[in-house]
Design a protein around this ligand. Structure first.
Ligand SMILES: [Zn+2]
Length: 399
């Protein structure tokens, strides 16, 4: 029998360390015998791996449980959630929001700061993000900073040559932010906010497997596709982006240069204008106009109802196309679409009715997201936490 190469055995050990940490995180406090039974690893391996995790202070002994009169009490181990901090920043149009979480995923309180938005000059964007992270302060002694994850509106690609401008290159922006935070001892990731939000909603709604489409609307419209629990990126990171799907042949001119794009019907600006609530000049004005729109919808004001009905039909047409191409089980509506769904639904249903008639068992369930404006932050935090669960050896020993 071949002896595994050193690199292979090191990789196997790291994978097993992850297996044990995930088990303890999900089931602890638990005894080593339970970990062995739950992971399929032999008891001696579990003992060594738990000892390793204890040295990294990722798990700790937390007492003993009776063995039911047979032998010694079983010593229990549990996760040390506060050992690792993940930080996430969501750069939206109106503001940047920063939030942290521990290894158990318990989030801190979100902290919002005014920002210049996701599409400003690259250096300004990096400055905004760095100052948001600085505002949270460094972790306390003994806390390992695992990851900074930045969720950004608009397309995010890994390779600079795929991006419409250098600001959209994930690695370029990550490097600029890291340069401005010399005291930050952890990797920096940049992800698309709709994709992060989609994954967060997928888990929050306890959806499992299959294909799930996600659409959100704020200043722009964005979306994502989740296939078997993973975000489907497409060739250039743009899969699931619905904003510029045409929903009419002669509709309004879009900023992309085309006509009749979905975003010209369901973006915040489009809906407010259609409802007669003007063209807000600032995020504060937008917030006030949205509050007024909500009031008018609840009181049945005709212009507000007509604006949402028009948006519902446009969204339904886009979902008709999306459903034909991707055949999803669920369509999750996030951002303001979740709040507006009661008034959007008649238009959506009218557009999807023919398909539901033809394929009654194969039409997607359209459902609101539950995480609101912070969905992208939750998704970014989950992505950062996942890095530690996947590779606990990234956390140093003895501190
Ligand atoms: Zn467009």
């Amino acid at each position: 029998m071949d002896t595994p190469a050193p690199t292979d055995s090191a990789a196997v050990r790291r994978a097993n360390l992850s297996l044990v940490l995930r088990y303890v995180a999900a089931h602890g406090p638990c005894a080593r015998t339970e970990v062995a039974a739950g992971t399929g690893l032999v008891h001696a391996s579990v003992t060594a791996l738990v000892a390793d995790l204890i040295e990294r202070n990722l798990v700790a002994e937390v007492g003993a449980a009776s063995s039911g009169g047979r032998g010694r009490p079983r010593r229990l181990v549990s996760l040390v959630p506060g050992r690792v901090r993940t930080t996430a920043v969501h750069v939206a149009w109106e503001h940047s929001t920063v939030m942290t979480c521990d290894l158990a995923g318990a989030p801190g309180r979100p902290c919002r700061r005014p920002g210049s938005g996701p599409f400003g000059p690259l250096e300004t964007l990096a400055e905004d993000i760095a100052s948001a992270v600085d505002a949270v302060g460094p972790p306390e002694a003994g806390v390992h900073h695992g990851r900074l994850v930045i969720a950004l509106s608009g397309p995010v690609t890994e390779r600079a040559q795929d991006s419409p401008g250098p600001a959209r290159s994930a690695s370029h922006l990550a490097r600029l932010v890291a340069d401005r935070l010399p005291g930050l001892p952890c990797p920096v990731d940049v992800v698309n906010d709709a994709k992060a939000a989609a994954l967060a909603e997928y888990y929050a709604l306890a959806l499992r497997g299959g294909t799930v489409a996600y659409v959100k609307s704020d200043e722009g419209v964005a979306g994502a596709l989740i296939v078997d629990g993973r975000v489907f990126q497409g060739s250039h990171g743009l899969a699931g982006e619905l904003g510029h799907i045409p929903v009419s042949l002669d509709g309004p001119v879009c900023r992309c240069g085309a006509t009749g794009c979905l975003t010209t019907y369901i973006s915040t600006r489009a809906v407010l204008e259609e409802a007669g609530l003007g063209n807000p000049a600032s995020p504060h004005d937008t917030g006030a106009a949205l509050t007024e729109l909500g009031h008018r919808l609840r009181t049945g004001e005709p212009l507000a109802l007509a604006a949402l009905d028009r948006a519902g039909h446009a969204l339904g047409a886009a979902l008709q196309s999306l459903t034909g191409v991707t055949d999803p089980d669920y369509v999750v509506l996030g951002g303001r679409l979740a709040d507006w769904l009661p008034w959007l639904r008649p238009g959506i249903d009218a557009r999807l009715a023919p398909r539901r008639g033809a394929f009654p068992a194969c039409s997607p369930v359209v459902t609101p997201g539950t995480l609101g404006a912070d969905a992208a932050l939750h998704g970014a935090l989950a992505a950062g936490r996942e890095h530690i669960l996947a590779d606990p050896a990234a956390v140093p020993k003895g501190t």
